[in-house]
Design a protein around this ligand. Structure first.
Ligand code: CUA
Length: 359
């Protein structure tokens, strides 16, 4: 009796293909190798190219340089071990290979106490060499910051980063500026799920946990723009949760911070753009200092026009992209907490230039 779903003809069909299997595999392997594997390996290698500023092999702060030093130690130890083990293997294979002329079994060995002690003690020593600097750097990276360190309150949101500067009393989003040569104490927090603050060239990586404050302290040593990205899966738009760290000279940083801390001037609140902004209920979630818009659910927009990118670092900040964003945020960032407000073209035409003007 045939059980449902069981057909003898299927078994026959399967077995009948067995003789053709080696030929099939021969066909498949080169095809798979050249059509899939080679491009895949190429893509993996290319992923590290493109002038990316996320390479861990180029540190631009005391913290990332010390991490790189530990990588270096581990790499050279690993390389030496690899060469040693593979070398012994090759010598053994060549020297002790069968010649076909053997008449007796080679000498049979059971146990070797000095060797067993050796390969137990050596890994322990290696692990100590790796562990001691690693663990001490972990503690060092979250040690009490210096008294004159710049405090930045970094809060992971779904899906953007809020950066608050208590010393200057302002908040901004997705673009964090820090001064060259001055220690920065980033206080990592979240008011929702777990995120991770990851800027490999400047600030390494640490989780942003709800209900606690994690610290990461570093001193940047090269002026520039560095990429960051959330590195802990946090639902829909995790992959689109990016940020940038700008290392400025002390003078440029101070100028930037003072500008960010300034409110918009009186005429902004009276402008047609602000009226449209208010009419479209944007005020329910966003703050523009100097106006009645004071909510802090979404990013602070006081100086949104001065930011290089919007939508947490995925779109260039220009009028065309702002228009796309306002039209349907979730189309750009899946799961976006900013709802589609079904704005009319007229509302968008008024709000977009207004936002761009908030330099
Ligand atoms: Cu935030 Cu992933």
């Amino acid at each position: 009796m045939n059980r449902p779903g069981f057909q003898p003809s299927v078994v026959w069909l399967t077995l009948s293909t067995v003789p053709a299997l080696p030929r099939f595999l021969r066909m498949l392997v080169p095809r798979f190798f050249f059509a899939r594997l080679v491009p895949l390996i190429g893509l993996c290698l290319l992923a590290g190219c493109g002038g990316s500023t996320m390479s861990t092999f180029e540190g631009h702060s005391d913290l990332t340089k010390e991490i790189l030093d530990i990588y270096g130690v581990i790499f050279w130890i690993d390389l030496a071990l690899f060469l040693l083990v593979q070398g012994i293997l090759i010598v053994a294979v060549v020297k002790f290979r069968a010649t076909g002329k053997e008449t007796t079994l080679p000498e049979q060995v059971h146990g070797n106490l000095p060797m067993e002690i050796g390969w137990t003690v050596a890994p322990v020593v290696l692990l100590v060499i790796i562990t001691v600097p690693t663990v001490s750097l972990i503690f060092e990276s979250q040690a009490q910051a210096k008294d004159d360190a710049l405090v930045v309150n970094a809060v992971g949101k779904q899906w953007w980063f809020q950066f608050g500067y208590p010393e200057y009393d302002f908040e901004t989003a997705n673009e964090m500026h820090v001064p060259l040569g001055r220690q920065v104490d980033v206080r990592l927090q979240s008011d929702n799920v777990i995120h991770a603050f990851w800027a490999p060239q400047i600030a390494a990586k640490r989780d942003m946990m709800p209900g606690r404050v994690n610290h990461i302290t570093f001193t940047a040593d090269k002026v520039g723009e560095y990429m960051g990205q959330c590195a802990e899966y946090c639902a829909d738009s995790h992959a689109l949760m990016k940020f940038r760290i700008f290392v400025d000279t002390a003078e440029d940083f101070d100028k930037w911070a003072k500008h960010q801390a300034s409110a918009q001037a009186e005429p902004v609140a009276a402008s047609a753009g602000f009226q449209a902004f208010q009419g479209a209920t944007c005020v329910a979630c966003h703050a523009i200092e100097g106006t009645s818009s004071q909510s802090r659910i979404g990013p602070d927009l006081t100086h949104v026009g001065s930011r290089g990118l919007i939508a947490s670092g995925i779109l260039e900040n220009n009028e065309a992209n702002l228009r796309l964003w306002l039209k349907d945020p979730a189309a750009i960032k899946p799961g976006s907490k900013m709802p589609n407000l079904n704005l009319t073209d007229e509302q968008i035409n008024t709000i977009v230039p207004f936002l761009s003007s908030l330099k």
